[in-house]
Design a protein around this ligand. Structure first.
Ligand SMILES: *[C@@H]1O[C@H](CO)[C@@H](O)[C@H](O)[C@H]1NC(C)=O
Ligand SMILES: *[C@@H]1O[C@H](CO)[C@@H](O)[C@H](O)[C@H]1NC(C)=O
Ligand SMILES: *[C@@H]1O[C@H](CO)[C@@H](O)[C@H](O)[C@H]1NC(C)=O
Ligand SMILES: *[C@@H]1O[C@H](CO)[C@@H](O)[C@H](O)[C@H]1NC(C)=O
Ligand SMILES: *[C@@H]1O[C@H](CO)[C@@H](O)[C@H](O)[C@H]1NC(C)=O
Length: 472
């Protein structure tokens, strides 16, 4: 109740006295703190005997990376540094000895997108001036550059293998999904490339961002601003490149909106990037917002939320679109007017959904250990808690509530405007070379895959299941 009361206060932001606004901000921060508490209760990686950076089953490695990025945003937006130590510990542990987010424990199932979510978390740390690690430790900017370098190498090695380039979803050929070139993997590459350009001023990164964007466009993965999920290269059909999965997900939209906004800013308002940004923004607004029972337009995962079959991964996507929309308003300030009401409505609706007191976990999942009455549900359209809870639900709501503070905090820095994170343009060199061909690894067996329930398998089934659903 406390949560709801505080957030409803946001609706009265128009009250003009400073005191009223201060009170609203105080209650937004209190609500965000409560949700962050519930979120981090799922995490045990910092406890003795556990592995820093891993969430317990059934949460995949990439989602943990996304969670720490969410917590960095939370810290910058609210000033609450409660989770900074576990966040830094997790990033440094998972950066691994090779300093490229290719930890050996994950390599057999590691996709470019999984690596990408950790790389984007490191990039966020550099941009928001998250406390730097000691000089002997991996540095945030250098980590993002290392991953960028590996992606450039993987792209080039695949330029002649259908679709004229594109980053494969998977890193290793023995994994299913290697022939799938998806928007989220290429979106991670695009997003990091644009941000490295802005942070370092090095135009090579901007050239890559433009090249990736054009590739997506020419491959048919953009349609009137919509971002379609991916394309399967079919070697058995002469490397044909027209088998497109048309499902739209919030995170695919968000990653291209944000990267386009970064490029718009980096190019001092180039109209080409403005047109691109506007088209993705208009698409997201018409595709991923719907009327709630309270009559507000709020964010929803249009493909799987109404029928109720979003999987664990998909239940976290709205949080990323939210964060990327919020940061877009800082880099392309003209978008604030259209984005801000969407974020505010969603924040209020999300806070209303954080009123659950679940007594047990959904089957196969972890129980909610936050305070009773503050568990966040998944859907924001129903005016209350919908009975679903988990890391994704908490993360989405935390992003929604905290993002309403984005116009009160510093714009992400660059190397010229106060950034302190140290880079390494040659990072990533000793990473995936031999690993890429999979020489050191036997193909994963079905048994192992099933046992571990890896993201690879889950996403392949998701893709196939999703397409089947569309055809039906
Ligand atoms: C890999 O797994 C081992 C055994 O569980 C663990 O001790 C180690 O910390 C893990 N490394 C990473 C980077 O997660
Ligand atoms: C690039 O992709 C093709 C199939 O899409 C694959 O056969 C080839 O081995 C890939 N190259 C590398 C270096 O992995
Ligand atoms: C710019 O980035 C490219 C790609 O990583 C790198 O090869 C080049 O050395 C960088 N230039 C400078 C001046 O750092
Ligand atoms: C780029 O971002 C800065 C910081 O928010 C802003 O002042 C500037 O106006 C932006 N540039 C454009 C072209 O909007
Ligand atoms: C959503 O609400 C608006 C304004 O209340 C209304 O005009 C519109 O028809 C509604 N859309 C749907 C799909 O119900």
């Amino acid at each position: 109740m406390r949560l709801l009361g505080g957030i409803l206060g946001m609706a009265s932001l128009l009250m003009q006295t400073v005191t009223a606004i201060d009170m609203v901000i105080t209650s937004v921060k209190a609500a965000a703190a409560e949700i962050a508490f519930g979120l981090t209760k799922y995490y045990t990686g910092h406890l003795p005997g556990d592995t820093p950076g891993n969430l317990p089953d059934p949460y995949f490695w990439w989602e943990a990376g996304a969670m720490f990025g969410t917590l960095i945003d939370y810290w910058q937006l609210t000033g609450d540094d409660t989770y900074n130590d576990i966040t830094k510990q997790a990033i440094l542990h998972q950066a691994a000895p090779t300093r490229d987010f290719m930890p050996r424990n994950q390599t057999r199932t590691l996709g470019n997108d999984d690596q990408g979510f950790w790389a984007m978390t490191a990039m966020t740390a550099a941009e928001l001036k998250f406390p730097d690690p000691g000089p002997d430790q991996p540095q945030y900017l250098a980590l993002a550059q290392a991953v960028f370098n590996q992606w450039a190498q993987r792209w080039e090695e695949n330029e002649s293998s259908g679709c004229g380039g594109g980053l494969p979803w998977q890193i290793f050929r023995f994994n299913r999904g290697f022939n799938y070139r998806n928007s989220i993997s290429n979106g991670c590459f695009f997003n990091i490339a644009s941000r490295l350009a802005r942070f370092t001023g090095n135009v090579t990164y901007a050239e890559w961002a433009a090249k990736i964007y054009t590739w997506q466009e020419e491959t048919g993965l953009f349609r009137d601003g919509d971002v379609l999920d991916g394309v399967t290269v079919k070697p058995e059909e002469g490397n044909s490149c027209d088998s497109i999965d048309e499902i739209q997900w919030t995170y695919n939209a968000g990653i291209f909106i944000h990267g386009s906004a970064v490029m718009y800013n980096f190019t001092d308002g180039n109209p080409i990037w403005k047109r691109r940004l506007d088209s993705h923004l208009a698409s997201a607004e018409r595709t991923f917002f719907t009327n709630s029972t309270d009559g507000e337009r709020v964010m929803f995962e249009q493909f799987c939320e109404p029928p109720g079959f979003c999987d664990i991964d998909q239940r976290s996507f709205k949080g990323y679109l939210t964060r990327w929309l919020a940061r877009t308003t800082q880099l392309a300030p003209y978008t604030f007017e259209s984005i801000s009401p969407l974020l505010t409505n969603s924040a209020i609706a999300a806070a209303k959904a954080c009123s659950g007191s679940p007594t047990e976990a959904p089957p196969g999942e972890q129980p909610f250990r936050g305070r009773p009455g503050t568990a966040c549900g998944f859907s924001w359209t129903k005016g209350g808690y919908d009975g679903m809870n988990g890391v994704g639900e908490q993360m989405n709501a935390l992003s929604a509530v905290a993002s309403t503070l984005v116009d009160r905090v510093d714009v992400p820095v660059t190397g010229d405007t106060g950034g302190t994170s140290k880079g390494d343009v040659n990072g990533g060199a000793d990473g995936p070379g031999s690993w890429m061909t999979g020489k050191e690894y036997k193909p994963i067996t079905t048994g192992e895959r099933v046992a571990a329930g890896f993201v690879t398998a889950a996403m392949v089934f998701g893709v196939i299941g999703g397409s089947a659903f569309l055809i039906l």
